[in-house]
Design a protein around this ligand. Structure first.
Ligand SMILES: Cc1ccc2c(c1)c1c3c(c(C)cc1n2CCCN)C(=O)NC3=O
Length: 277
């Protein structure tokens, strides 16, 4: 689908500071030599051999690139600029966002007003709507993967499509796993993931934006998984005393165990708490 450049990455880009790292990838700020533009480069290790535990299979890494290319352009989804490949790694050159994680923005403000939270959730819903229209599911939606485009600006971009999938009708996708705090019950039960799996995560993000607390988080992953499987959460008066019933209803429609009964992204875009007023 895309053309992969096999010449040396450093002939085209200057590598600058680290932006973050994950299990098999490290993200660095880079500057394109002949334009001076800055990007975020995601360096992903390739598995040495089939049996190797470190790194990812080549086609798994390129799946993320294919999905990003299919989704571009959308104002709330990060764009892919270039792909490089060498013996040990594949490098995805991605749009750089300067505003930092929504996660940090909340941390600084502790909680947001319902209007502000609804504006962020509306943008996440618009990006997710674009994905779901193409049968693409993100599977790792969480505040760390929602970035502000610029500091003190409220436009957001969804990043990190590393475990996203294009759902094929007759090919139930099971093996992926997101971040325990944000995964839906079907992921824990290793049942097929669907577009509804992202909707559960949007419920968790909304709950956190409004309260600063995480609805299912336990002291251990096992406790968290039990809370999720039993849909055991509540609107603690300590955090939700001043939260509108509409906001709680929006969240309640997403914390539904049966994925088929869970609100879809279109239901959410039409929910009175969100519908642009
Ligand atoms: C300014 C800044 C700081 C940290 C960044 C990024 C940008 C960033 C970016 C991306 C990814 C996958 C991770 C990123 N990280 C790592 C942490 C993301 N949760 C990305 O795709 N574009 C970014 O700007």
């Amino acid at each position: 689908v895309l053309n992969i450049i096999t010449e040396d990455f450093e002939n085209f880009y200057d590598i600058q500071d680290d932006l973050g790292s994950g299990q098999f990838a490290v993200v660095k700020r880079v500057r394109e030599l002949n334009t001076g533009h800055e990007f975020a480069a995601k360096f992903v290790r390739k598995k040495k051999c089939v049996a190797g535990r470190r790194g990812l299979k080549r086609e798994e890494i390129l799946r993320e690139a294919d999905i990003l290319s299919e989704l571009a352009p959308h104002r709330n989804i990060i764009t892919l600029h270039d792909i490089f490949e060498n013996k040990h790694e594949i490098i995805l050159v991605l749009e750089l966002v300067g505003g930092g994680e929504l996660f940090h923005y909340i941390a600084e403000k502790d909680t947001l007003s319902e209007e502000e939270a609804a504006k962020f959730i509306l943008q996440i819903l618009e990006g997710v709507h674009h994905m779901h229209e193409k049968n693409i599911v993100h599977l790792d939606l969480k505040p760390e993967n929602v970035m502000l485009l610029e500091k003190n600006k409220t436009q957001i971009k969804i990043i990190d499509f590393g475990i996203s999938r294009k759902l094929q009708p007759n090919e139930p996708t099971k093996e992926t796993f997101g971040t325990p705090e944000f995964v839906a019950p079907e992921v824990i039960a290793f049942e097929p993931v669907t577009l509804a799996t992202d909707m559960w995560s949007i419920g968790v993000i909304t709950y956190i934006l409004l309260s600063g607390a995480s609805p299912f988080l336990g002291n251990t992953n096992q406790e968290t998984f039990n809370n999720i499987t039993q849909v055991d959460y509540r609107f603690d008066e300590e955090f939700f005393a001043n939260t509108s019933d509409l906001a709680k209803d929006f969240i309640q429609q997403l914390f539904v165990k049966n994925p088929r009964q869970r609100a879809t992204v279109v239901d959410c875009l039409n929910h009175p708490w969100i519908k642009p007023r």
